[in-house]
Ligand binder design. Structure first.
Ligand code: ZN
Length: 295
């Protein structure tokens, strides 16, 4: 009998382990308008990730114009914000084969606002970066984040006006030194209206989206995230060890900037299929379940 319970609980543990590694089934074009659909998001990923679009490249301008049109068509009050990239970022871009002069040493953020019913409440920002490194079309990093945000805005609008104002922030120059995020959080007029920020990233082309970082003193944020996670496709993946390890690593994402300003929020990324990180691979080899999960 004891052996039965031992084998039974081991099998159950194995099943839970396997299930916790699975991505949810990607939703197709026929998904309800109020739901997040991978296939709808993938149309934008394919458009964005045709070719590399680092700061200063012709494709960077193409992607910027495409995104401005998409944001306006989704009903966002769209604006741009420009600012100087740092000397270090310009040097790094040049070392990678990019051309900071062509960008006039400038980063260009794209900002969209969807007003909420109660403008007195702090706004929620959804953030992802639209620039890539010179050697990658950026299908995963970070076209999936940008496209997931566009699809989210579409679904939210289909649900009717939300209580809080939503700010969409597509940052520039993340890959060369977080310049776009620094420019926005350094002085954009909307900055102080934002109570929480959700940043979407990718460090590979597959796997579940892990919530690996929060603002400091995040007990309330974690509680809210776990309540919301019950309704998320495939549940959520998060553990405090990841946050602890990440804190001690030298690399950062855009989320580092608002976090250091004391802004609350969540940082999510998928890290599976690491061979696709900053690689030439395009949208077709992405794990579509990862897009569904981060959405
Ligand atoms: Zn990235």
């Amino acid at each position: 009998m004891r052996l039965f319970w031992l084998v039974g609980s081991l099998a159950l543990a194995l099943l839970i382990g396997v299930l916790s590694l699975q991505v949810p089934t990607p939703a197709g074009l026929e998904a309800p308008a109020t739901a997040f659909s991978t296939d709808r998001a993938m149309a934008d990923v394919r458009e964005l990730a045709q070719r590399p679009h680092p700061v200063g490249s012709a494709d960077h301008a193409r992607v910027r114009m495409f995104l401005q049109q998409r944001m306006t068509a989704l009903g966002l009050q769209t604006s741009i914000q420009t600012g100087p990239i740092s000397r270090g970022s310009a040097r790094y871009l040049r070392r990678m084969g990019g051309d900071p002069e062509a960008a006039n040493f400038t980063a260009t953020n794209l900002i969209g606002v969807l007003p909420g019913r109660n403008p007195a409440l702090p706004a929620v920002a959804l953030m992802a970066h639209y620039d890539t490194v010179p050697m990658s079309a950026g299908a995963a990093d970070d076209s999936t984040g940008v496209a997931a945000i566009l699809e989210t805005v579409r679904a939210l609008r289909a649900r009717g006006p939300a209580e809080r104002t939503l700010v969409v922030l597509f940052t520039d120059a993340e890959e060369i030194g977080l310049d776009g995020a620094r420019i926005f959080w350094g002085g954009h007029p909307l900055r102080d209206r934002i109570g929480a920020v959700i940043n979407l990233e990718a460090r590979g082309g597959g796997g579940r989206a892990m919530m690996f970082e929060t603002g400091r003193g995040a007990a309330d944020t974690i509680a809210l995230f776990s309540r919301a996670g019950v309704r998320a496709d495939g549940g959520v993946t998060a553990n405090s060890l990841a946050g602890f390890v990440y804190e001690r690593m030298p690399n950062g994402t855009d989320f580092t900037i608002p976090k250091d300003r004391g802004v609350q929020g969540l940082n999510l990324a998928f890290i599976g299929r690491p061979e696709q990180y900053h690689a030439h691979s395009g949208a077709d080899v992405l794990d579509r379940g990862s897009v569904q999960h981060i959405g």
